[in-house]
Design a protein around this ligand. Structure first.
Ligand code: TXA
Ligand code: MG
Length: 315
């Protein structure tokens, strides 16, 4: 299959309404979209990514009215999060409408819903006129793509179209909160932080990954965000041992700079989050064997950043 690269919302829309899958930019990472009401198109997402069929997709909406097409109930906590954080990098898990294909939700009776704030994503959703289910636009198991070039390197020839945009602003996938019960549960940390959620709904809690909640977010059991290189978490970059085929990313200059093949020192935690997945991909292209990632405190955005780094390190 020839993959069309375009900057045109209209061309991307034509592909989507013709039942094809299209990669598009969002503020978190690039998504691989399909019409939520087109089961054949949804099937193409799983095929193109090599995604296990028990991993549910997030539905993206362009307008709040579309919530009712997807969710059978919007719980009081969800109402509050929507009022405060939509559009933005937040996905809410809600009871699903029976009309939604069980392929999209991996046979769960809930559906993840998000309203992206990225202007290109918004205008694509508006022009299509239907919600789009979209996982991150990477091959299953690879780091999520934060540039259209990363999408192209994973999915060229496997999807109909890539709608090009800038590098993703956040760089980590959306915060996922299960709002289907009476207590909101944070399933995946992201740029909307636990602290911000608790400001709005104080009883919001972190998921306990024990025997009672093994499949609450099926996607989280898969190896994720992993470069080819081994990822090591380092607490003090100044005492790092490095080999010739290693790289470093963090907030402080490591002392052994000269020995690293690549070093990225970020000015802020936001920049660290935005750069991480792209850095992983660049290191793989250079054949780096070990990537040292500086540990940060697990508060605010640091919770999401450390979650992704730990997954990459321990896979
Ligand atoms: O930022 C993002 O969320 C990006 C952009 C494209 O929107 N999308 C994304 O999708 O990261 P994906 O498929 O790579 O990750 C979706 C995560 C998975 O961990 C999945 O298990 C979880 O959300 N999820 C989706 N629907 C769910 C549901 N009904 N219940 C629990 N978890 C769900
Ligand atoms: Mg993904």
């Amino acid at each position: 299959m020839q993959t069309t690269l375009t900057d045109s919302i209209e061309i991307a829309t034509e592909f989507l309404l013709a039942g094809e899958v299209v990669a598009f930019p969002t503020e978190t990472v690039y998504g691989l979209g399909a019409n939520v009401f087109d089961e054949m198109a949804i099937r193409k997402i799983f095929l193109a990514k090599g995604r296990p069929s028990d991993n549910p997709l997030i539905a993206h909406i362009g307008k709040l009215e579309d919530l009712q097409l997807l969710a059978s109930e919007v719980t009081p906590a969800a109402e509050k999060f929507i009022a405060r954080f939509f559009p933005g990098p937040l996905t809410l898990v809600l009871p699903k409408q029976p009309t939604i294909s069980s392929l999209a939700t991996a046979r769960l009776n809930t559906i993840g819903i998000r309203m992206p704030r990225h202007p290109v994503a918004q205008s694509l959703l508006q022009t299509c006129g239907v919600p789009l289910v979209a996982p991150s636009a990477n091959l299953s198991g690879k780091p999520s793509p934060t540039t259209w070039q990363a999408v192209q390197s994973d999915l060229d020839g496997r999807i109909a179209c890539i709608l090009r945009g800038e590098q993703a602003e956040v760089g980590l996938e959306s915060t996922v909160v299960d709002c289907s019960g009476s207590v909101p549960v944070l399933l995946r940390a992201g740029a909307i932080t636990l602290e911000q959620l608790q400001e709005i709904v104080p009883i919001t809690r972190l998921a306990q990954w024990n025997a009672s909640e093994p499949t609450r977010s099926p996607g989280l059991k898969y190896k994720h965000y992993s470069p080819q290189a081994r990822v090591e978490i380092t607490v003090d970059p100044r005492t790092n041992q490095s080999s010739t085929e290693s790289a470093f990313i963090g907030l402080h200059q490591p002392s052994a700079t000269a020995d690293f093949k690549r070093v990225k020192v970020c000015q802020t935690i936001e920049e660290y989050a935005q750069s991480l997945f792209q850095f992983f991909r660049e290191c793989d292209a250079l054949g780096i064997e070990v990537i040292y990632c500086e540990a940060v405190s697990e508060t605010g955005l640091g919770l999401a950043l450390m979650d992704r780094i730990k997954r990459a390190a321990h896979g």
